[in-house]
Ligand binder design. Structure first.
Ligand SMILES: Nc1ncnc2c1ncn2[C@@H]1O[C@H](COP(=O)(O)OP(=O)(O)OP(=O)(O)O)[C@@H](O)[C@H]1O
Ligand SMILES: [Mg+2]
Length: 287
């Protein structure tokens, strides 16, 4: 079992922006979802964990080793797929993986070849191994990104919004791949897609404005809202009146009719009961 322990982490950028404000978390093997809107601080947190930037204060431990002061330990055991993988050189998939493997310290040639072959097969890119990576589609690039992250058999894999821009089929394929690897290692997945977290993650946290707002198992967080979510269709001009009376957690146009969903411990007059979903947890937490 691997454990990542974050205590009272703070990060202030040079321009004074506090991107991480006192975050504490414990993550163990399995898939952990980091859910939050744009600008919440997901990438800032991930880049700090992987050692690309030093926190202003606080500690990060991986398997009881202080990785802020011993970044080599996490680097040896880490796979990272950044949000913006950047420009791919005009190199084919096989040779690029080989190059990254050497950078990661996989010195034994045979071991490297075995790993690269098995990873390319795993991400379904073996048939494309001689194609240059910059010509790959978005989904293929993301799967290549997972292959490079898994080189060297990492104990912790961090993927930053990996499914953004993928079509539904490619997204499923990608999610299955992640789910497959998360049994023996820690996988931290950041996203603003509630659905990805619902389908994949055994533990999750919702963050916004550099802070953790809620942490738990998706199912448990959903059951907290049992019999507390209600909806009603209203006229546009009634919105203000409902807003002042109820705790609205989301508004939606369905066939051009405005539907509001509210949080209430008792049944409000004229509202229908709604089975709570992870979306409701997310919107209620952010509201
Ligand atoms: N290098 C930097 N210098 C100053 N501010 C930064 C820097 N990087 C990020 N920020 C700010 O920190 C906040 C958090 O940004 P971050 O990229 O971590 O959010 P995010 O949750 O990953 O968002 P997204 O979903 O859009 O990727 C934002 O307000 C952002 O503008
Ligand atoms: Mg980000």
């Amino acid at each position: 079992m691997n454990t990542l322990t974050i205590n009272n982490l703070k990060l202030t950028y040079k321009n004074g922006h506090q991107a991480i404000q006192n975050i504490s978390l414990e993550v163990k093997n399995g898939m952990f979802g980091l859910l939050g809107p744009n600008g919440a601080g997901k990438s800032s947190l991930m880049k700090t964990i992987v050692g690309l930037q030093k926190p202003t204060s606080g500690s990060i431990g991986f398997n009881d080793i202080d990785i802020v002061n011993n970044p080599d330990y996490i680097k040896k055991n880490l796979g990272f797929l950044p949000q913006d993988f950047g420009v791919y050189p005009k190199v084919n998939a096989y040779n690029l993986l080989n190059h990254i493997a050497i950078l990661k310290g996989l010195e034994n040639k045979e071991e490297r070849e075995t790993q690269i072959r098995s990873l390319l097969e795993k991400v379904n890119l073996w048939d494309y191994r001689n194609k240059e990576v910059y010509t790959f589609s978005g989904g293929m690039k993301q799967r290549f990104g997972v292959a490079q992250a898994l080189l060297g058999k990492p104990k912790i894999v961090i993927v930053d919004e990996p499914t953004a821009g993928l079509d539904p089929e490619e997204r499923n394929r990608f999610n299955m791949l992640l789910s497959d690897i998360s049994n023996e290692v820690i996988v931290i997945l950041s996203t603003h897609l509630v659905e990805d977290v619902k389908n994949l993650c055994s533990e999750m946290t919702i963050m916004n404005k550099g802070q953790i707002l809620k942490t738990g198992k998706p199912k448990a967080l959903i059951s907290e809202l049992e019999h507390k979510i209600w909806s009603k269709s209203i006229n546009n001009d009634e919105l203000e009146q409902y807003q002042s009376k109820y705790q609205i957690i989301s508004k939606q146009l369905i066939e051009r009719v405005l539907h509001i969903t509210i949080f209430s411990k008792t049944k409000p007059e004229g509202f229908d009961a709604v089975t709570p979903l992870l979306e409701h947890v997310y919107f209620k937490t952010l509201a």
